[in-house]
Design a protein around this ligand. Structure first.
Ligand code: ADP
Ligand code: ADP
Ligand code: ZN
Length: 216
């Protein structure tokens, strides 16, 4: 049972590691990006609200995200722990998370920061291919077994609308301005573990598991 948050820039490998962590520790993988993309695809009110921000590479307003995470954390599958991927991304979101967890008498156990230099992030995002099941691949660094198909669910892979050069630039600016300061916030609380995100997917996973196992 572990309650954890993954932070890191766009392309750091959060989604890739989250799938593996969620499987190994049997905790739900809560990705706000996946939740928003699912709403976009289904054409919900929430999806329509979020679309223009996501396409530009800007953050969706805090009020929207706080609502999403409040609802999701109150579902029964979080009783055995949870993994947040892509939330919180701003101070108000981090403070809201503290409030929500207080209300449902839960606490964060660890915040894992995956560090990757910008030039590597840009290469990763340029070659990223996604599946609707949440799996993410790379044309060179992490190709699927069958070209264009997901290894997990056989779904058709696609390129995200916001993995364009223009939107990636905006997302990196948003990350350093709004999200990176949270690293100090969690460090002060004694929750932060920093992992070097430039090695192989398996090496990084081992390092993350070691960090989790130390607190279990
Ligand atoms: P990445 O893989 O680049 O880290 P995500 O899939 O997590 O991206 O998020 C994609 C987009 O969804 C973001 O650029 C942003 O527009 C929106 N989004 C996701 N999570 C949040 C959040 N916590 N706060 C605001 N916007 C968010
Ligand atoms: P995030 O969720 O942080 O935006 P992803 O998990 O989607 O990041 O990974 C971004 C891209 O980098 C994907 O194309 C993924 O296949 C690739 N990737 C993830 N981890 C590594 C790694 N350790 N080495 C090389 N490429 C990686
Ligand atoms: Zn899939």
């Amino acid at each position: 049972m572990v309650n954890l948050v993954l932070v890191g820039a766009p392309g750091a490998g959060k989604g890739t590691q989250a799938m593996k962590i969620s499987q190994k520790y049997a905790i739900p993988h809560i990705s706000t990006g996946d939740i928003l993309r699912d709403n976009l695809e289904r054409g919900t009110q929430l999806g329509l609200q979020a679309k223009e921000f996501m396409d530009r590479g800007e953050l969706v307003p805090d009020i929207v995200l706080i609502g999403i995470i409040k609802d999701r954390l109150s579902e029964p599958d979080t009783a055995t722990g949870f993994l947040l991927d892509g939330y919180p991304r701003t101070f108000p979101q981090a403070e809201a998370l503290d409030d929500i967890l207080g209300q449902i008498t839960k606490e964060l156990d660890v915040v894992i920061d995956i560090e990757v230099p910008d030039e590597v992030l840009v290469k990763r995002l340029a070659g990223r291919r996604m599946c609707r099941c949440g799996a993410s691949y790379h044309v060179l660094f992490n190709p699927p077994e069958v070209d264009g198909k997901c290894d997990h669910c056989d779904g058709e892979l696609y390129q995200r609308d916001d993995d364009t050069e223009e939107a990636v630039k905006t997302r990196l600016v948003a990350y350093y301005a709004q999200t990176h300061p949270l690293i100090d916030y969690y460090s002060t609380k004694g929750l932060l573990r920093t992992v070097n995100g430039t090695g192989s997917i398996d090496d990084i996973f081992r390092e993350i598991c070691a960090a989790i196992d130390r607190i279990l």
